[in-house]
Design a protein around this ligand. Structure first.
Ligand SMILES: Nc1ncnc2c1ncn2[C@@H]1O[C@H](COP(=O)(O)OP(=O)(O)OP(=O)(O)O)[C@@H](O)[C@H]1O
Length: 260
């Protein structure tokens, strides 16, 4: 592998003395869609916050193209990494186009006309041109999420970190989002996305990192990670892992009977 675009080395994090991340190590190359999965409280959001520089590790380090994340200025970091947190509800009456335009803050060289064109392209890519003149505070959760994603697209950074971006999306918009993430990967972006939907993770991600209690307990291709044995150890309910007959990818179903 060439020099990794993003890596974590012995990443430890504590909040109020409680260990949150415990010795995370990985390397991610350019042009990959990586899913971060794991049960509630496993550390997925915390990991993304550290990879974005929003939180500083207790020890260990995050590197972007071999450079310590902590050594980058905030504008250098913003040029490399965009980050969409898990909760980002906006209750201010910003116009959709105003919010999306925040993705262009580092493009002072663009004319107003060019900025408007770029905003229109981002809205079109997500099929939300019809929201352009609405105010964000009156949008549904899923609509707001798509608007935030349009802003992230405009940031156009090599590394994109998304924390459960599909949580409030219907199945159609979720598939659309994951396909857009795939197209970004073809443009050599590195996309790391925390996901709860294991079937979505199995279908769309090139690689999965499985967290449990702040530890990276498995890292690899979806069919190697989403095995009956491993998935069953994570959740208190009976799960059934089969193979999707159309795509050949793992298919995960929680079944009604409680584990005894
Ligand atoms: N600011 C904080 N103060 C105290 N504990 C925290 C804080 N932030 C996170 N934690 C704890 O760290 C652990 C990991 O939380 P995190 O939000 O990273 O998990 P997650 O895998 O994203 O969970 P979920 O799937 O529920 O979103 C949890 O036990 C959580 O309670």
């Amino acid at each position: 592998m060439n020099e990794p675009r993003l890596s974590a080395v012995e990443l430890f994090s504590k909040i109020n003395g409680k260990p949150i991340l415990q010795g995370i190590n990985f390397e991610v190359e350019a042009g990959a869609l990586i899913g971060v999965i794991g049960p509630n409280g496993a550390g997925k959001s915390s990991l993304l916050k550290h990879l974005s520089g929003y939180l500083t590790p207790s020890s260990g380090n995050v590197f972007i193209k071999g450079q310590s994340l902590g050594a980058l200025s905030s504008s250098e970091r913003a040029a490399q990494v965009s980050y969409l947190p898990q909760s980002n509800r906006v209750e201010f009456p910003y116009k959709v186009t105003e919010l999306v335009s925040l993705g262009l803050v580092n493009n002072a060289n663009l004319s107003i006309k060019e900025k408007k064109q770029k905003i229109a392209i981002a809205l079109k890519r997500l099929d939300i041109e019809y929201l352009a003149d609405r105010t964000v505070d009156h949008l549904s959760g899923g609509e707001q999420q798509l608007v935030h994603l349009a802003r992230i697209l405009l940031q156009n950074t090599p590394i994109i970190l998304l924390d459960e971006p599909s949580a409030s999306l219907d199945i159609g918009h979720e598939a659309q989002l994951m396909n857009i993430l795939h197209s970004l990967v073809k443009e050599q972006k590195t996309v790391v996305v925390a996901l709860h939907n294991l079937n979505t993770a199995a279908e769309f991600c090139d690689r999965l990192m499985l967290l449990q209690s702040g530890r990276l307990i498995a890292d690899g291709k979806p069919d190697k990670i989403l095995t009956q044995e491993l998935v069953q150890t994570l959740y208190p309910y009976q799960v059934q892992v089969s193979t999707n007959t159309v795509t050949g990818n793992p298919n995960i179903l929680a079944v009604k009977k409680l584990k005894t």
